[in-house]
Design a protein around this ligand. Structure first.
Ligand SMILES: [Ca+2]
Length: 363
């Protein structure tokens, strides 16, 4: 009543229109600035790698994420080739402002296993990107991780999509980044709870440095494991490739070529499409509602004859308590085991793939 009296009855429709316009402006401003303000700071640790290329470009094309650094780890390709690939991709995206740093040169305790067989001889589907305009950051990758985490306490999400060597080295060099919860969260692509992809037991990223992976899983920080179950369900099929091919642009064209290589490769193995492994971790960082998670305790097998590199997930989060009585053990009860990981067990595959395609197309 008071408002009506103030504006006068004859002005009432104009008043409503003004208020509506103001509300519309506020909504538009919130839509435009909101996600930018709330961008999640991430460090992408990567061994590029074809699916690393997809992960990197998805991250750079998503305003929900603020990529603070890219650290390179050996895995799919050697450390030197991975660094060159990372620099060329960042250059293609015109993002020389993002530090790109070299890290470990080999796994902690074993020989490196490279995967040109799956990724092309240069690791990037044999696509020759122009030389990089960007310069390498001189800092050692794990040091850069520690430095950035201290500079933004409780704000940095680590997104490792390669072997976990650099992340383990960061924890070993400065264990304080974990107990003080300086790292907000770790969302890693790696592992599986239903068998491996390099052999019956192990997934490639974990298999390439099981000791490092065990350090990362046991570190005590909030950790999400985006394993094979997610990428294997989210197949990049010719349908999505066609959608990607409808638009042009440097990133769009590059990712189209990479995904075409992957789709063609998967067809030679009789698969309907290519599993979206690395981009799945970035997608979870963008929108955690894409996946269903279950809390589990996960250990990494480092000694098994057939199971080295397996992520051994305790689905019940309990173990039998066996107590020695004379010459035998007797089960006296069941002890609870504290979960250390949110394990992704399902994904809304089409929503994830549509998100990927639309972001690469810049829409
Ligand atoms: Ca990778």
């Amino acid at each position: 009543m008071t408002i009506l009296r103030l504006v006068g009855v004859s002005d009432y429709p104009r008043f409503i229109r003004s208020v509506s316009c103001l509300l519309l402006v506020i909504v538009l401003l919130t839509a435009l600035t909101g996600p930018v303000l709330a961008a999640k700071k991430i460090i992408l640790d990567t061994d590029p790698g074809t699916d690393d290329a997809l992960a990197l470009m998805l991250a750079l094309n998503s305003q929900e994420l603020d990529v603070r650094a890219i650290t390179v780890v050996p895995g799919n390709v050697t450390a030197a080739m991975g660094l060159e690939n990372a620099l060329r991709m960042v250059s293609l995206a015109n993002r020389c402002d993002i530090p790109v740093a070299a890290g470990a040169q080999h796994p902690l305790f074993q020989k490196l296993i490279t995967a040109e067989f799956w990724h092309g001889k240069n690791g990037l589907a044999n696509i020759e990107l122009p030389p990089s305009k960007c310069k390498v950051d001189g800092r050692f990758g794990p040091d850069l991780i520690v430095q950035l985490v201290h500079a933004s306490p409780d704000e940095i999400t680590l997104v490792p999509v390669g072997p976990l060597t650099n992340i383990a080295l960061a924890v070993e060099k400065d264990p304080s980044i974990v107990p003080l919860v300086l790292v907000k969260e770790v969302i890693l692509m790696g592992g599986s709870i239903n068998g491996g992809n390099v052999n019956a037991a192990a997934e490639a990223n974990i298999y390439n440095d099981p000791e490092a992976a065990q350090i990362v899983f046991q570190a005590g920080w909030p950790l999400t494991m985006v394993g094979l179950e997610i990428g294997d369900k989210a197949l990049f099929t010719p349908k999505y490739l066609d959608e990607l091919g409808q638009t042009r642009g440097p990133i769009n064209d590059f990712i189209y070529s990479v995904t075409k290589f992957l789709v063609d490769l998967s067809a030679t193995f009789g698969a309907a499409g290519s599993p979206m492994y690395d981009p799945s971790a970035v997608a979870v960082a963008i929108d955690a509602t894409l996946v269903k998670v279950k809390e589990m305790h996960v250990d990494v097998e480092t000694r098994g004859e057939f199971t080295r590199g397996e992520t051994v997930a305790n689905r019940r989060n309990e173990v039998e308590r066996n107590v020695l009585h004379g010459d035998r053990y007797v089960i006296e009860g069941v002890d609870k085991v504290k979960p250390n990981a949110k394990v992704c067990v399902d994904v809304d595959a089409d929503r994830f793939l549509q998100l990927f395609v639309s972001r690469i197309r810049g829409k």
